[in-house]
Write a protein that binds this ligand. Structure first.
Ligand code: UN1
Length: 513
């Protein structure tokens, strides 16, 4: 990491000025300018963000609408090449992007590396998939005297609404997937991470993405979000964030007058569980639990929230866990010795603290990491903690932070455990730890989630290898980083030609040659 650290050092004090990146230039406006400070130390400025006004958002939509036919007609190879150049540029600027992920998003440097790598992988993966899916019409077999072809196109204008917890990876994944499929895109980054989003879109423009094809609209939900979800010209929305917000977006899209039926691709919350049976290796379980529950300060939708321990192994696992949690260092994410950084902001900290205080009040605390005020006094930090609860139903909502809930179960109650996890209605990630192969397989079969992990941690899905996404309250699918993702942003047109009438074996391919 040393060369990266040295390169990053040159970006640690830059004060940024982010602004909307639209098809047209926007004037500065002090009334629309917001300060950004670092989550690990609120005295440190990262820069300012100029928020998009409602009128600008509407004008951006005009431009996106006008640009769509031209962009859709651009050969897919050219669209994919922009993604490849963009990936190269992100790699070349990795140190700066990592520095921004830490300074603005509170991410550990190691998380920053994974983050930029994932964004690069999304670009290269979707570029290849787009060329496979969109390059040529597919000829379909049919009766003599007729040709049938399936042609792929874009859908129109997409709004891409992304979260702060993956401010480069998910932000890029949404943007490049919708764009390479032939759509024009209005990207609304999370309010908390607009500066890194701005830098990323500057690189995307440098890679050759036309200004009116992908536009960046920093701002808040009531202003920018509501334009994007109420205008009938928005063909679809790709969203990652909370389940509640996805439901609000779904209702807003459905309530539009004179709008075509929309596409909503949502990747939302999780109440992810892990089941550990008596044959599991306690040391390995604890290593994977710490990783799954506390990496990224638990701020991943894939993170472990509820750990089910079979009675025979529970005491041993909890004892090792307690020791391991006592060793975690909470503090400045730019320090390589830090294991757990801050949570994103004061609202998040307050919500988590209230949940923790309630469980402590009920006497449920099992283990906790100590905060050292010398490293945490100026930021929004939450100490990792573990509590005993009776079951997943005791949790009212997803707690998006480093809080682990532990349930003891008896072997004969396993079916009831699985029923209650399935019955809770979320379905994102799930883990099982067991050295009994048929036990693990049986559970993996019964559990209704998007991603099952056996004898390992449950976060960090790899693009193209572990397609990621859930079901139920956890999302609509299709899976990001999977082979079918781009299809949800595409139209399919079947063209049937009576070739006899054209006097031969005509096909669109032949006509186009
Ligand atoms: C999210 O946290 O919003 O597998 C989803 C993982 C990541 C999760 C991203 N792909 O941990």
């Amino acid at each position: 990491y040393q060369p990266l650290m040295d390169a990053m050092a040159t970006h640690m004090d830059t004060v940024y000025e982010a602004r909307p990146l639209l098809a047209f230039d926007v004037a500065s406006d002090p009334a629309q300018t917001h300060e950004v400070t670092a989550p690990y130390d609120r005295r440190q400025r990262v820069g300012t963000v100029l928020w998009t006004t409602k009128t600008q958002a509407e004008q951006a939509l005009d431009a996106a609408w006008a640009a769509f036919p031209r962009w859709e007609a651009t050969p897919v190879g050219e669209r994919a090449d922009i993604l490849r150049r963009f990936a190269d540029l992100m790699e070349a600027n990795m140190a700066e992007l990592m520095a921004l992920c830490s300074r603005e998003g509170g991410k550990l440097l190691t998380d920053g590396v994974d983050e930029i790598r994932e964004a690069v992988d999304f670009c290269r993966y979707y570029a290849v998939r787009a060329e496979e899916l969109f390059a040529e019409p597919t000829r379909l077999p049919g009766p003599t005297g007729e040709s049938n072809e399936l042609m792929m196109g874009g859908k129109g204008v997409f709004a891409a609404i992304s979260p702060w917890n993956f401010p480069v990876a998910i932000f890029c994944g949404q943007m490049v997937a919708t764009a390479v499929a032939g759509n024009t895109v209005l990207a609304k980054p999370a309010e908390q991470t607009s500066i890194v989003a701005h830098r990323v879109v500057e690189l995307l423009r440098e890679a050759g993405m036309p200004r009116d094809v992908v536009q960046l609209l920093p701002g808040d939900g009531p202003t920018v979000g509501s334009v994007l979800t109420s205008d009938p010209r928005v063909t679809g929305v790709v969203f990652t964030g909370g389940t509640d917000t996805a439901q609000v977006i779904n209702r807003a899209l459905a309530n539009r007058e004179n709008a075509a039926l929309p596409t909503l691709v949502a990747e939302t919350g999780g109440m992810n569980a892990m089941i550990v049976d008596s044959t599991a290796l306690p040391e390995q379980v604890v290593a994977d639990v710490i990783h799954s529950a506390f990496q990224s300060a638990g701020q991943r939708c894939s993170a472990l929230r509820v750990l089910y321990l079979q009675d025979d192994v529970a005491d041993r696992v909890i004892q090792i866990l307690e020791g391991a949690m006592a060793e975690l260092h909470v503090g400045d994410p730019r320090d390589l010795g830090t294991d757990v950084g801050p949570v994103i902001d004061e609202d998040a900290r307050r919500g988590l603290q209230a949940h923790i205080d309630r469980l402590k009040g009920e006497g449920r605390l099992l283990a906790e990491t100590r905060l050292d005020p010398a490293h945490t006094a100026e930021g929004t930090f939450i100490a990792p903690s573990a509590f005993q609860i009776d079951g997943i139903d005791a949790l009212e909502r997803e707690q998006f932070g480093p809080v682990l809930h532990i349930v003891r179960y008896k072997a004969q109650d396993l079916d009831r455990v699985i029923e209650s996890i399935n019955g809770r209605g979320y379905g994102l990630t799930f883990g099982v730890h067991s050295r009994n192969e048929s036990f693990a397989e049986e559970i993996a079969q019964k559990i209704r989630v998007g991603n099952v992990y056996v004898n390992r941690n449950i976060i960090g899905a790899v693009v193209g290898v572990q397609p990621f996404g859930g079901q139920g309250f956890s999302g609509t699918g299709p899976k990001a980083g999977g082979p079918h993702y781009l299809l949800r942003f595409a139209t399919e047109k079947t063209v049937t030609i009576n070739t006899a009438a054209l006097g031969g074996n005509a096909s669109l391919l032949a006509l186009g040659d």
